[in-house]
Design a protein around this ligand. Structure first.
Ligand code: AMP
Ligand code: GLY
Length: 412
């Protein structure tokens, strides 16, 4: 079987490392890939959908797995399907559940899915008027894709007005910000639940905790994710029951009612408050760095899981009764200004963990940093502490100039 994986992060490395173990996988291609995927298969450099489609036809790709959201939102599945190419992921319409926050909020409201109260605005003046009368904090979201930067938690009316101006008038995120979702602020802790869809049913994985802030103790700016832990120690059986009843079940009902059948991933971004579990957002793809810890604990053969979903069969997900911790090592300055191209040393000294490259590429016989989140160190253990000790011990000898990571991943 010939597989094309689209993306270049640690998530794609984790999927590739898992699929690599399957003897049926004869060749893997990555667009654009990284230093880990380079060692597993062939990295190819392209990102246009038409280019990817022509490549998949020429190389007789049997299955394409899409890591990031942008190609799905841009209609990759629709284009590939026209040419008989199989894609694990939703079409453009269904991907709008991630690509348009206004669309997904409407879906949540229509199907009574527990979520923050929100209003959608297309008019700058109406949005401005609304925030002048509202209580604070207030959450302002650009409806479209803004690379994870389109959500601002505003503490004052001045901040809210400035944000609306930035999004709607200055258009700092282009068209993504011409429509806004303004919603109530929810206080609590976050959890990520990633579910496989076979077109009919959803099969959730164990809950994961993602560390979103750049600094220790959840300080500093938001990032793509500085680390992850599975299962989330905070998300109890009670929260699971709440999620299943008030979020998962009505989502399945909504998907059916709208004819949004798809084979792929639906990722629930949750906020657990004292009033229960709320849905903040859907992502229609694997999470990064959630996937890294899920793959470390998943007992199933990943190719079987994906192919069963593709064939509309039911699956039974099984996870080791252990804990997994993933640490993300970043470029100095991330998530703001970073410099690239520093040589990464020390992989050979990693003893108890799995090292997966993310924003790192091979240059000659060196591996150099090439992104904000450069590499992941992942370990499992009987306890969080055991997994965490392995990860931090193995992180010590791994080095590149100005690298940094959080010290508190998996510490409870
Ligand atoms: P989203 O892309 O909608 O998940 O938002 C990105 C991040 O903003 C979330 O992971 C939360 O940390 C935060 N956030 C989003 N919506 C809310 C909300 N209603 N209340 C509090 N925090 C939120
Ligand atoms: N870690 C959050 C995401 O993948 O969107």
């Amino acid at each position: 079987m010939r597989i094309l994986i689209i993306g270049e992060g640690g998530r794609e490395s984790a999927l590739a490392a898992k699929l690599q173990k399957d003897v049926r996988v004869t060749k893997m291609f990555f667009a654009n890939g990284n230093a880990s995927t380079d060692a597993i298969g062939q990295n190819v450099h392209m990102s246009e959908i038409k280019e990817l489609r022509d490549f998949a036809i020429k190389e007789k790709v049997d299955l394409t797995i899409v890591g990031p959201e942008a190609p799905l939102v841009a209609g990759l599945k629709d284009e590939f399907k026209k040419h008989g190419l199989k894609v694990f992921g939703p079409n453009q319409k269904v991907a709008s559940l991630e690509g348009s926050k206004a669309f997904s909020k409407k879906f949540m409201q229509t199907y009574d899915i527990k979520t923050a109260k929100a209003v959608v605005f297309d008019s700058y003046n109406e949005a401005k008027e609304y925030v002048q009368k509202h209580e604070y904090p207030l959450v302002i979201k650009a409806s479209g894709l803004a690379g994870g930067k389109g959500v601002v938690i505003c503490d004052t009316v001045e901040e809210a007005e400035a944000t609306i101006h930035d999004f709607m008038i200055r258009r700092i995120y282009g068209d993504a910000g011409i429509r806004l979702v303004i919603e109530e602020f929810l206080q609590g802790f976050e959890a990520s639940i990633i579910a496989f869809s076979n077109g009919e049913k959803l099969f959730p994985c164990i809950p994961v905790k993602d560390y979103k802030k750049a600094g220790n103790g959840d300080k500093g700016p938001n990032t793509g994710g500085m680390g992850s832990v599975a299962p989330s120690p905070e998300f109890t059986a009670e929260h699971s029951a709440d999620f299943e009843k008030n979020i998962l079940a009505p989502t399945i009902t909504g998907l059916k009612a709208e004819g949004f059948s798809f084979k792929g991933i639906i990722f629930f971004g949750l906020m657990v408050t004292k009033n229960g579990t709320y849905l903040l957002e859907y992502n229609m793809r694997f999470g990064d760095p959630e996937t890294q810890v899920l793959m470390a604990l998943m007992e199933n053969n990943l190719l079987d899981v994906i192919m069963d979903c593709m064939n509309g069969k039911d699956i039974e997900l099984k996870f080791k009764d252990e804990k997994a911790v993933c640490l993300v090592m970043c470029s100095g300055g991330y998530p703001r200004n970073i410099e690239l191209g520093f040589e990464i040393l020390g992989e050979d000294k990693v003893k108890h963990s799995q090292l997966l490259y993310a924003g790192a590429i091979k240059k000659g016989n060196k591996i150099v940093s090439n992104g904000g989140r450069v590499l992941n160190i992942i370990a499992t253990g009987a306890t969080y502490d055991e997994a965490r000790k392995k990860v931090y011990e193995d992180a010590l000898p791994v080095h590149f100039d100005y690298s940094f990571y959080r010290e508190d991943i998996g510490k409870f």
